[in-house]
Design a protein around this ligand. Structure first.
Ligand code: NAD
Length: 435
């Protein structure tokens, strides 16, 4: 799924961003390497009685700011390199949003679609058995990622509690509500991205009705974001899943696309009157074609490395909001910059998920639970404030052409590059930038 060079690609951006910071050489040196990387073999009894062993990983990249925080991914392409890179991103995402966490990530090399529910449960519990000594509410906290969900988080929390012999909800976030999950966690990534888009679009004088949007990935993040944008009046003209994309110049009826996806797992464009549905006019595209559509807003919300040196020259969108982690390579960034395309980076745009994960951890630890409105309002004020601070950053106005497209990723990377140094606190915001 991810090339072996992704960590070095991410490190290159860090190098670029460091030009604008005053971080010590010691901190830079320690940020080049993951702190701890654990690789485990997980034996699972399959439904047919056979035994299969899966490879699992957990990486704590840096815990200077607090316990590690990061999701667990189930995907056939998961490797140690990928998990290390994702843990690297989590380190800077938590710093960018000012959360008291370091960065971590986990994964299992598996295609969960071919497992039965019981096999999936045994695998998830086996993973916790294998890494239990490596995690904990004050050490490293798990969360959902690609192809993992609240049910799996519930099994993981339960297994950890069985091992420790007390109920320990704060070791995992993204749990079912009844097991200590937070209201609003399921939709938090999409809602955070929606708040960032809503805050940034007025700067481009684009009202929702005049804004066309294409979204790659129709899962937890992309699917919910598509619905939020559709309900706010944006023209969502294309969406996709791993099988391909659908496109309609006049805009898709996202509510019905979502209903169809839930019912059949296929991405289709129906129009429904009561229980009677017909397929509306639309084109079927590949995921590669979706990325090249002439739209105002492109949202990669599936996997990393989707916009590369090879296809960036063909991207026609005016603005890109990165909802997936690392969908644009650093080589592609440079091409997009030359083309005048703004890229709003992942660590800001998709940070709603980890922010509400933090809220869930706080609620678990205090035993005091918040209403959905409280959660969403806290999320909105935090993420919009960060987006505006990055937008207003003095570094952006240092560029000859104020607000050049390149500035957003660079400034966010400045923020990524500024976690607390060991022993001392340095600013994670624009105040940490050299003027
Ligand atoms: P998900 O498993 O719910 O959905 C993934 C979607 O991507 C599915 O629609 C799937 O069909 C599609 N997909 C898979 N392979 C594809 C391919 N090759 N081409 C196009 N589409 C493909 O996952 P998610 O939680 O929505 O996560 C999506 C991205 O957002 C990931 O990069 C993840 O790391 C990132 N992210 C998610 C969260 C979260 O809270 N869910 C938080 C931060 C970042």
């Amino acid at each position: 799924m991810m090339s072996d060079s992704l960590l070095s690609d991410a490190s290159q951006r860090l190098e670029q961003a460091l030009k604008y910071t005053s971080i010590s050489e010691d901190a830079i040196e320690s940020l080049k390497f993951p702190q701890t990387s654990l690789s485990v073999s997980i034996p699972v009894r399959m439904d047919d009685g056979s035994l299969k062993v899966f490879q699992g990983y957990r990486v704590r990249y840096d815990d200077t700011r607090g316990p590690g925080k990061g999701g667990v991914r189930y995907h056939p392409g998961v490797t140690m390199d990928e998990v290390q890179s994702l843990a690297f991103w989590m380190t800077f995402k938590c710093a960018a949003l000012g959360l008291p966490f370091g960065g971590a990530k986990g994964g299992i090399t598996v295609n969960p679609k071919v497992l039965s529910r019981m096999e999936l449960e045994r695998l998830s519990r086996g993973y916790i058995d294998a890494i239990a000594d490596f995690i904990g509410p004050d050490i490293d906290i798990l969360a959902p990622d690609v192809y993992t969900n609240s049910m799996i988080m519930g099994w993981m929390m339960d297994q950890y509690s069985i091992i420790r012999r007390f109920i320990c909800p704060a070791v995992v976030t993204g749990k079912p509500i009844g097991m200590g999950g937070s209201l609003g966690r399921e939709s938090a990534t999409a809602l955070g991205a929606f708040f960032v888009i809503e805050a940034m679009m007025p700067k481009f004088d684009k009202p929702p009705a005049a804004t066309t949007v294409a979204i790659q990935g129709f899962g937890n993040a992309g699917g919910i974001l598509a619905e939020l944008l559709y309900l706010a009046g944006y023209r969502v003209v294309a969406v996709s899943d791993s099988q391909g994309a659908i496109y309609s110049r006049n805009g898709l009826d996202i509510l019905n696309v979502r209903k169809a996806k839930e019912a059949t797992r296929d991405i289709r464009a129906p129009y429904c009157d009561g229980s009677v549905c017909e397929t509306t006019e639309h084109e079927v595209l590949t995921n590669a074609e979706l990325l090249q559509l002439d739209v105002d807003v492109l949202v990669p919300a599936a996997l990393e490395n989707q916009i590369t040196e090879a296809n960036a020259p063909d991207v026609q969108a005016k603005l890109i909001f990165e909802v997936a982690n690392g969908p644009t390579t650093s080589a592609a960034d440079r091409i997009l910059e030359e083309k005048g395309i703004y890229v709003f980076p992942d660590i800001l745009v998709n940070a709603g998920g980890v922010t509400v994960s933090y809220f869930e951890w706080v609620q678990n630890r205090s035993g005091l639970y918040w209403t959905l409105d409280e959660v969403n309002q806290k999320l909105q004020s935090r993420i919009v404030e960060e987006a505006e601070r990055i937008w207003r950053s003095p570094v952006i106005s240092q560029f000859p052409c104020a607000r050049q497209p390149t500035s957003m990723p660079s400034i966010a990377w400045v923020k990524r590059s500024a976690p607390k140094e060991r022993g001392t606190t340095i600013s994670t915001g624009v105040g940490g930038i050299k003027s």
